[in-house]
Design a protein around this ligand. Structure first.
Ligand SMILES: [Zn+2]
Length: 435
């Protein structure tokens, strides 16, 4: 085939498959929900019908609607013995990777294409676990944007992804490369390392230009950098302020990785939209959270699970272990206090540090530090969708919203660990899983 015809053929195939997918998706789905938590925060209601046309929720009605009464082809999803709720949202994942004992060698062996392939797999198991939307806060930009776009185009199944690409970080700080010989450090330094307000402004704009939905910054040290430089503030006040102002001017929100109180408070003063981890937050942080309306994304899982898995695993050097033990111990109390004080909370797990697909285990940890079951679910639905500026589309089961719907066998309001075993997943009107 000549080049010209190959292009015409490719365009034609693309076009026809898009049309085909759109036609297929115009079917009606009728869900009979035994118990329905349509809007987290409000009480669940029994015996409801959810009518889905294409990828959108058409309406929610009392009682079980007869499929024949809807006309046309109707697929009935019988969840009359299940507990039905909105698809879950994880506001902090890294879909392209997962920690393994050999993780430090990955940079030597894993190509960008292979990262994308892994991402396809991790995206699939994340969706299967009931998470229909995620915010990806750091990974190879080319791979994560391709994964995001392929899912949006319906080529593969996975959660809707809002991606930050590579994180902005200070030279030598968390987010920069560490622990290798100088020639390799030179070679692998991410393009998003920036020093000084002017450089950080340029890097923020570059990151957005190449496709980021969010800007992720590492305001403080991190547990997993192989350094003994601690968990305190690393990006300076002027850098933080410049990044936030630049991103906001372009309509993009900013997420700050932050452990130490100094860095949390500096990032909040600079106007970031979320503080992720928030390990050592203090009274001033709580005041700043409440004044700015910024969200806290607690990610309790690594703090609890890492210490269990570190011994004997060469990925965890002594420097990392020391930080992990201290941070894990501090997080629970501080996150609990922020919740009690009424800080806005969005659910997040930092999956990649812990295995993908186990995201639902975060809920039980939230309840352990004081969350009510309803508030934990709220954080993973309405809370997270508001942080992501997506509440018009997701976060509750209401007419006009995307049909992102999941179910469990029993009520997670009585036993939150039900969310570790999601039995039904519907994303954008497509039945992904039904046990
Ligand atoms: Zn993270």
């Amino acid at each position: 085939m000549s080049c010209f015809y190959r292009i015409v053929f490719a365009v034609f195939t693309m076009f026809s498959s898009v049309v085909f997918a759109a036609e297929q998706n115009q079917q009606t789905l009728l869900i009979h929900a035994g118990n329905l938590l349509a809007v987290p925060g409000e009480a669940p209601v029994q015996r409801q019908s959810i009518i889905v046309r294409g990828n959108l929720i058409d309406s929610v009605v009392d009682g079980y609607v007869d499929p024949a009464s809807l006309g046309g082809e109707v697929q009935l999803v019988d969840l009359s013995d299940k507990f039905v709720l909105p698809g879950l949202i994880d506001a902090h994942v890294h879909l392209l990777s997962e920690i393994t004992p050999e993780g430090r060698n990955d940079a030597l062996y894993i190509t960008t294409s292979m990262e994308a392939m892994r991402g396809v797999y991790y995206a699939g198991i994340t969706l299967d676990a009931g998470f229909t939307t995620v915010r990806d806060l750091g990974g190879d930009p080319e791979a994560i944007y391709a994964l995001r776009d392929a899912i949006n185009q319906g080529l593969i199944d996975g959660p809707t992804i809002l991606a930050a690409g590579s994180a902005l970080a200070a030279t030598g700080g968390h987010g920069d490369v560490d622990g290798y010989k100088p020639e390799l450090l030179e070679l692998w330094t991410p393009e998003t390392i920036c020093d000084g307000a002017v450089e950080c402004r340029a890097v923020t704009r570059q990151t957005i230009k190449f496709g980021a939905d969010w800007i992720k910054i590492t305001a403080t040290g991190g547990v997993l950098s192989d350094t003994s430089t601690g968990l305190g503030q690393q990006m300076t006040d002027d850098e933080l302020q410049e990044i936030v102002a630049t991103a906001h001017n372009l309509g993009i929100k900013v997420a700050a990785h932050a452990h130490g109180a100094d860095g949390i408070n500096a990032a909040l003063r600079a106007g970031v939209d979320s503080i992720d981890h928030g390990t050592y937050l203090d009274d001033e942080s709580i005041e700043l959270f409440k004044r700015t309306g910024a969200y806290l994304v607690p990610t309790l899982m690594p703090g609890v699970k890492l210490p269990e898995s570190m011994e004997g695993n060469p990925f965890f050097t002594d420097d990392i272990k020391e930080k992990a033990y201290a941070a894990g111990a501090a997080a629970a109390g501080n996150i609990g206090r922020a919740y009690q004080a009424g800080v806005n909370i969005a659910f997040g797990t930092d999956s990649a540090v812990t295995p993908h697909g186990l995201n639902g285990e975060e809920f039980a940890l939230m309840v352990q530090v004081g969350f009510s079951e309803m508030d934990a679910i709220y954080a993973a639905t309405i809370g997270a969708s508001t942080l992501l500026s997506k509440y018009e589309q997701i976060g509750s089961i209401e007419g006009g919203k995307l049909a992102d719907i999941i179910a469990t066998d029993n009520s997670p309001l009585s036993d939150i660990t039900e969310l570790e075993n999601v039995t039904t997943v519907i994303k954008g009107g497509k039945l992904i899983k039904s046990l």
